[in-house]
Ligand binder design. Structure first.
Ligand SMILES: Cc1ncc(COP(=O)(O)O)c(C=O)c1O
Length: 392
């Protein structure tokens, strides 16, 4: 018997598939603006000095390689809770997870377990959200987030839509640096959104993958901390892939804010079972690096300044791109890019333009025109500007 002969070929992942195509492209002038990974001015991956120093420290201590418990390294989890929420609280349960994706997946499985069958996600959102929730059995419904005509976040569209979401439904929110639009609600907008979600009795689910890439570590936590102060029960998934440059170490977390400590304990017991049945327990190394950096004043300071350098380089490149396009006589006014935050810029380029950029200029970005600003540098900026103007 042939068990697998009826299996169809799955389509390539919209982002990871592009990365593979980029690697295989023989053209020497190729530019990768697809996957969300930071690159230096020399277009090289960056390992932070604070991370290297923490690794040396870990190595010199000759640590063991025993299993962690299902919820991970306690020192890492406690420090993560402080970083995300501002302080530890009895009613917050946290678990280490293998990356932000696994944090979102744990949220999805936990939601399925408590009886959710639908989650509202922004239109547009990170390409993976849909399938992560679908694989856990949740149908993703869209709420409006982006006004394509004005190229702005639509607060009124979002708040209006919230009013008709059935009570008890989870709603996914990007805590900062919305992927793919780069457009975030203001602190005042978040207050309004929090009030609307509260009065509709929805369950906020934050995806927090870019803390420190927008305006700063604490500034980017405004939404999560405001919701906490507003007394929401909520779920949060976070990632250290970007802000610590630990992409391949797979390190992030999943957090539940319950109404009190006793409920948080029961939640914990259930999340531990979900983890046990998935990957049993998370990997050690990334959690040790982050715990070591956050525990040392000197390393933390070094990390914060390295993060600020990444943030500034990205915003400088975004500005240079918009200025270059406008100065180059583009038919579109790209000043809207100035309002965007974080790693990405939603360029507004059509699917056809994106296809031409790849075919004719070896410039890679997903079909929705979301470009990774961190993949731009003084080395390729002029080339990218000229190519975009040519395909407009
Ligand atoms: C919005 C969002 N959530 C989650 C993730 C996943 O992060 P990780 O690479 O840590 O799994 C990403 C990464 O691109 C993202 O953009």
């Amino acid at each position: 018997m042939n068990f697998f002969d009826t299996i169809d070929m799955a389509p390539p992942d919209p982002i990871l598939g592009l990365n593979t195509a980029f690697k295989e492209d023989p053209r020497s002038n190729k530019v990768n603006l697809s996957i969300g990974a930071y690159k230096t001015d020399d277009l090289q991956p960056l390992v932070l000095t604070a991370v290297r120093k923490a690794e040396q420290q870990i190595l010199s201590q000759g640590m063991d390689k025993e299993y962690l418990s299902q919820d991970g390294n306690p020192e890492y989890v406690n420090r993560s809770i402080k970083l995300v929420f501002g302080a530890e609280q009895d009613n917050i349960f946290g678990a280490q997870a293998p990356g932000g994706t696994a944090g979102v997946r744990l949220a999805a499985e936990f939601l399925a377990q408590i009886g959710s069958s639908v989650i509202y996600i922004p239109d547009p959102t990170w390409a993976n959200h849909n399938q992560v929730f679908a694989r856990a059995g949740l149908k993703a419904e869209l709420y409006p987030y982006y006004d394509a005509e004005r190229r702005e976040f639509t607060k009124s569209g979002m708040v209006e839509a919230i009013k008709s979401i059935p009570s008890g439904t989870p709603i996914l929110l990007h805590a900062c640096c919305h992927n793919p639009t780069g457009l975030d609600p203001t602190p005042a907008d978040w207050k309004e959104i929090s009030t609307a979600i509260k009065s509709q009795e929805l369950l906020p689910v934050f995806d927090f993958a870019y803390q420190g890439f927008g305006r700063g570590i604490d500034e980017d936590a405004t939404a999560v901390r405001h919701f906490l102060a507003d007394g929401h029960q909520m779920l949060v998934a976070n990632s250290y892939s970007k802000n610590f440059g630990l992409y391949g170490e797979r390190i992030g977390g999943f957090y539940v804010v319950a109404s009190d400590g006793e409920i948080a304990e029961r939640v914990k017991s259930q999340v531990m079972r979900i983890i046990r049945a998935n990957y049993s327990n998370p990997p050690l190394h990334g959690s040790r690096i982050i715990a070591a950096v956050l525990a040392s004043d000197a390393l933390r300071q070094e990390w914060e300044s390295e993060l600020a350098v990444m943030r500034k380089r990205i915003s400088g490149m975004r500005k240079a791109l918009a200025e270059g396009l406008n100065a180059g006589g583009s038919s579109v006014d790209f000043s809207f890019m100035y309002k965007q935050n974080g790693m990405f810029s939603y360029s507004g380029l059509s699917k056809e333009a994106v296809g031409r950029l790849r075919d004719e200029f070896a410039i890679y970005m997903p079909a929705n025109g979301r470009l990774n600003v961190a993949g731009l540098s003084p080395k390729n900026l002029d080339y990218v500007v000229e190519a975009i103007i040519a395909v407009l």
